[in-house]
Structure formats: structure tokens, C-alpha cells
Ligand binder design. Structure first.
Ligand code: FAD
Ligand code: MG
Ligand code: MG
Ligand code: MG
Ligand code: MG
Length: 536
């Protein structure tokens, strides 16, 4: 027996009904949002309460400010300071929250199948929607590696709490007189698998903790006994950032005695050691660990996996996320009812090289098989008009032309044009799984459905609504010792004195409420005055 939610949020037992047949006592459109993370909250903050009856379904009843989560693993920040209750965020809308996990979606009848989180009997109910936003995020990628049950992850509050407890436990254990030297070496070895921003920031926080608090509080342990290692499969850590940032971070970590192993793949995790293989030599190495953090990229949640499989054949082809159009509408679902945003969503890339090569004839107005600068300008503007991701080229076209005119003869021949297109297409790779993307997509969808509400019967107005356009505001990572690496895009790199404050202020202004801002401020001042909280 299914349970149906009526308009006022009271669950009633009944059979599955069509979405239109229920909820007659509230004229507002029913908007259901799955998830309470970055994407979901950005939608919520845009909505007009008069227009929508909002229900959020999520197993976590709070929003988590993930960028500062690594700071919570060693007690720099308190976990409570990083979260904001969903119910508080929903109060402006008079919205409803259900602590549950979406297990399935019936796209035809517009129903979400939900299982309550702490319901030992596993009872399920349906939540009907007029519009649905899927923002369920991602899961850690396993790459099929054996033994991940011995690793820690860093995605949720519980994960951070587990790491913090284990770190403190290991320092305490290492301080006991009965602990052997070999045991100490293992207990005090921290291994990070994955050299992305999460792994790097965790290593940096550990380093700060060792330098600022360890000496004073754990006299039995000398800093040299502690080893932090990062194992990265790519050539560089922070490999999605500007190369200068990667090199700067690697140099700093080297000075800090953080062991950075690149170009190596983890093959197995044992209860107290990691086995990795150097990709070029094929040699295997084993490092003992007391804590091993697994942070090697993101994959699909079970819900997303099953949705991608059940959507009509041919509509979905990506292995890491749900594909949407440029309005964030899920491909293969009934027109305009389902959106997907954030880590769980991706927009398929254009593949325009061949397309444009075919268009070339039209742009070669004098038919000499090469493009003059004027002809190139017309072509480039056409591409940019269609693929607004390429807007970065606007205003720099003369430089682009010069760069690709390899033989400097003042025209682009077919090979030169192809080289330009191939590089340009690389610039439209899928958007990264970041809070910045989820936030912008959430704002976009929130704004879009607000507007749609009023113009839905006017197809001309609907067609004129804008597509999603990502604006990269830069990437940043805290790298320890008060330094942050900021990649502001277009080759602008900044690090060093003062960057920590810049780093903090960026996140500070992005906080969702004054309450959390105050909590953070208190944590930072408390740490400055008294050091970290080193209790478990
Ligand atoms: P999330 O924010 O993960 O939210 C997903 C939500 O869906 C959660 O509330 C979850 O409980 C819920 N959910 C899961 N399954 C279901 C289900 N079946 N039904 C209903 N609800 C469900 N990005 C940056 O831009 N800058 C950073 O500095 C940065 N640092 C990071 C540090 C860490 C430690 C981590 C883990 C991530 C970091 N990120 C950062 C990435 C960023 O957090 C994610 O890209 C972002 O959270 C994605 O937003 P989302 O809404 O797609 O997913
Ligand atoms: Mg979300
Ligand atoms: Mg995405
Ligand atoms: Mg020509
Ligand atoms: Mg030339």
C-alpha cells in the first residue's frame, strides 16, 4: 500500500493516483526537490513562495558547507558550524521536509518513491510532483579497488567526525609507553589516496595541526615521526588547476615534508597498509597507515544509476551522471517536468569539429580553401553564438588567429583550422563536480521555474528563456601554513601571504546564514586564541 501526500503535507494511505487527481486543495504547483546540498539549497533560495508548494526529500536534514569540511577533521572548525538545518532554509517558503531517500521515480505518473530514513520497517510512500529537481549529488568512486572498507571518506559530517576521532585516537595510542616503534610508525602515517582539492586540503590541515598543536600537546611524539603521504594517479596533484598552482603546491609540500607520490595507482588497501604501483616503472610499493583517506573522484549514487538505466534507450549515454539539455532538463523525461543539477548531472558536449569543418565552405567566401582573418572572424562568431562556453575567445580573436596561423602567412589553412577547433572543443569539457557549478545550476533552475510559472502557456516566451551558462569564478584550495592556492582562470594564479584570508573571506561571504557565519567566526577566533580542540 502506498501512502500519498496531500497538499497540506498530511500523509494518507491510498492507491497510486495520477498527479492531477490529488492535491486539489492547494492551487500552487508542487515542486519536489531531491537532496539538501549545494544544488538543492540554491534552488530553494530562488523560489517564490506564492508560486510553489515545495517539498524537499533528503536523508540529511541539513545543508553541509563542504568546502570547509577538511578543516573539521582536525578540529580547526567545529562540525556544527558547517551545517544549516533544511527546515530553517525552507521556512521562508512554508515548505515541507521529509527525512527520506528517493528510491525510484515514476516519470510517467510524476511520483517519487521514498523510503523513510529511520524507519526500521522500511515503509515507503509516494510524493507526487508537477516539477521535480534531482540534486542528489555523487558518491566516492571506488575504481574497483579492493579493501576500501579500511579507508575513511570525506563527504559527510559523519565522515569528518570519524576521521577526527581516529586521528586523535592514533596520537593518544602512539603516546602510550607500551606502543612499539613500528606501531607508532604505522599509527602516525596518514595516507591520502587522490590528489584533488579534498585530499590536498586534508593533508594541509594535518600539517597545520602537527605544526601548531602537536608539539605543545603531545610531548612524547616528535614531528619527524609523523608522515603524511599523498598518492595521485595523474602527473600532478591538483591537476584540474593551473599547472603553476600544482607546482607551487608540490614545492610547498616538499618543504613541509609531505610525501607526494604522483603517476601512481593504488592497487589494494590492506587493513593497515596501501599498495600502489608506479605507472611508468610498474614497481609496487607498500606504505603503512594509521588513517587512509580515499578521495579519488566522484561517481553515481544508486538512485542515479537506476534512473539512467530506466530512461528511454538512447537518451542517456554518460557513465558518470544524468545527462540534461542546456536548460538542465533531464533527457528522455516528459518535456519540462524534471531537472537535474550539480554533481549528479552533466550536459553532453557538442562534438562540433566535424560539424564546423563542413560549414567551412560557407565561410570561405572567396573559395580559396583558406580563411583570411575576416573570414575566420565570421566563423568564430558563429561558433561562439552557438556554444556560449567559447565566449572566452571573444575579444582575443586576433591573438587566436595569430597563434593558429602556424606558418604565419596571414591565412588559416584546413589543418590550422582543425587544430583550432580541436583545442576549442577541449575548452568545452564537462563541468567539474564542484559546489560552484551546483550553486550556479541551482540558481538557474530556480529562476527558470519561477519565470515559467507565469509564462508556461506562451511558447514563444518559453523558447526565449536563456540556456544555462557557467561562469567560472576561480578555484581555490587551502594548502596549509596560512597559504591558499587560488586559480582565477586565464592564467591568473595567486598564493602566499594574505591568501588564507582571501580564501576564508570567499567562503565566508558564501555562507548561507548569519548564524553559521557567526559560528565560523567564533571557531576561527577560538583557534587563534586557544589552538585547536584536541579532544576526540
Ligand atoms: P551535494 O551537495 O552532495 O548534495 C547531495 C544531497 O542529496 C545531500 O543532501 C544528500 O543527503 C542527498 N541525497 C543523496 N541521495 C539521495 C536520495 N536518494 N534521495 C534524496 N536525497 C539524496 N566544491 C567547490 O566548488 N569548492 C570546494 O572547495 C569544494 N570542497 C569540497 C570539499 C569536500 C570535502 C567535498 C566532499 C566536496 C567539496 N566540493 C567543493 C564539491 C562540492 O561539495 C560538490 O560539488 C557539491 O556538494 C555538489 O552539490 P550537489 O547539490 O550536487 O550535491
Ligand atoms: Mg543538492
Ligand atoms: Mg555536474
Ligand atoms: Mg578564403
Ligand atoms: Mg597559415
Amino acid at each position: 500500500r502506498a501512502v500519498i501526500l496531500t497538499g497540506v503535507g498530511v500523509p494518507v494511505v491510498g492507491s497510486v493516483l495520477k498527479a492531477e487527481e490529488i492535491h486539489q486543495n492547494d492551487p500552487r504547483q508542487r515542486l519536489v526537490i531531491l537532496g539538501s546540498g549545494w544544488g538543492a539549497v540554491s534552488v530553494i533560495n530562488q523560489l517564490d513562495p506564492k508560486k510553489f508548494h515545495v517539498t524537499v526529500v533528503s536523508p540529511t536534514n541539513y545543508f553541509l558547507f563542504t568546502p570547509l569540511l577538511p578543516s573539521a577533521t582536525v578540529g580547526t572548525l567545529e562540525l556544527r558550524s558547517l551545517i544549516e538545518p533544511v527546515r530553517r532554509l525552507l521556512s521562508r517558503l512554508g515548505g515541507y521536509y521529509l527525512e527520506g531517500r528517493a528510491d525510484d521515480i515514476d516519470f510517467e505518473n510524476q511520483l517519487v518513491e521514498v523510503a523513510g530514513v529511520n524507519d526500521s520497517e522500511g515503509r515507503k510512500f509516494y510524493v507526487p510532483y508537477d516539477k521535480l529537481v534531482i540534486a542528489v549529488g555523487s558518491e566516492s568512486m571506488t575504481h574497483g579497488v579492493e579493501g576500501l572498507e579500511h579507508c575513511n571518506f570525506l563527504k559527510s559530517i559523519t565522515d569528518a567526525r570519524d576521521i577526527r576521532r581516529k586521528v586523535m585516537e592514533n596520537f593518544e595510542k602512539a603516546s602510550l609507553p607500551t606502543t612499539t616503534d613500528e606501531e607508532r610508525r604505522q599509527l602516525l602515517s596518514f595516507v591520502v589516496c587522490g590528489g584533488g582539492p579534498t585530499g590536498v586540503e586534508f593533508a594541509a590541515e594535518l600539517y597545520d595541526f602537527l605544526n601548531e598543536d602537536l608539539v605543545g600537546y603531545f610531548p612524547a611524539i616528535s614531528p619527524e615521526e609523523v608522515q603524511v603521504s599523498i598518492i595521485q594517479s595523474a602527473e600532478h596533484i591538483l591537476n584540474t588547476y593551473d599547472l603553476k598552482i600544482s607546482e607551487m603546491t608540490e614545492a610547498k609540500f616538499k618543504r613541509d615534508n609531505i610525501n607526494v607520490v604522483t603517476n601512481s595507482r593504488v592497487v589494494k588497501v590492506n587493513p593497515t597498509s596501501v599498495v600502489y604501483k608506479d605507472k611508468s616503472t610498474g614497481k609496487q610499493e607498500e606504505v603503512p597507515f594509521g588513517v587512509c583517506l580515499w578521495s579519488t573522484g566522484v561517481g553515481m549514487t544508486p538512485l542515479v544509476k537506476s534512473l539512467v538505466q530506466k530512461l528511454p534507450a538512447g537518451s542517456q549515454s554518460n557513465k558518470h551522471a544524468i545527462e540534461t539539455d542546456r536548460y538542465m532538463r533531464v533527457l528522455g523525461t516528459p518535456e519540462g517536468t524534471v531537472y537535474a543539477i550539480g554533481d549528479c548531472a552533466t550536459i553532453p558536449q557538442p562534438h562540433f569539429v566535424d560539424q564546423v569543418m563542413n560549414m567551412l565552405k560557407e565561410n570561405d567566401t572567396n573559395g580559396d580553401n583558406v580563411l583570411s582573418y575576416e573570414e575566420f572572424q565570421v566563423l568564430a562568431n558563429k561558433i561562439i553564438a552557438k556554444h556560449n562556453v567559447l565566449k572566452v575567445f571573444l575579444g582575443h580573436l586576433d591573438k587566436v588567429f595569430e597563434e593558429y596561423d602556424k606558418d604565419h602567412n596571414g591565412t588559416l589553412d584546413l589543418d590550422e583550422i582543425r587544430a583550432f577547433l580541436v583545442d576549442a572543443e577541449k575548452g568545452c569539457t564537462a563541468l567539474p563536480a564542484t559546489a560552484q557549478v551546483a550553486n550556479q545550476q541551482g540558481k538557474f533552475v530556480g529562476t527558470r521555474i519561477n519565470t515559467l510559472h507565469d509564462i508556461e502557456n506562451d511558447p514563444v516566451a518559453v523558447a526565449a528563456l536563456p540556456q544555462f551558462n557557467y561562469k567560472h569564478l576561480g578555484s581555490l584550495a587551502y594548502i596549509g601554513g596560512g597559504d591558499a592556492a587560488l586559480d582565477l582562470g586565464q592564467g591568473l594564479v595567486y598564493g602566499g601571504i594574505g591568501s588564507e584570508y582571501m580564501w576564508r573571506s570567499v567562503y565566508f561571504s558564501e555562507q548561507v546564514s548569519i548564524r553559521t557565519r557567526l559560528l565560523l567566526l567564533m571557531d576561527w577566533s577560538k583557534r587563534a586564541l586557544f589552538g585547536r580542540d584536541i579532544s576526540k
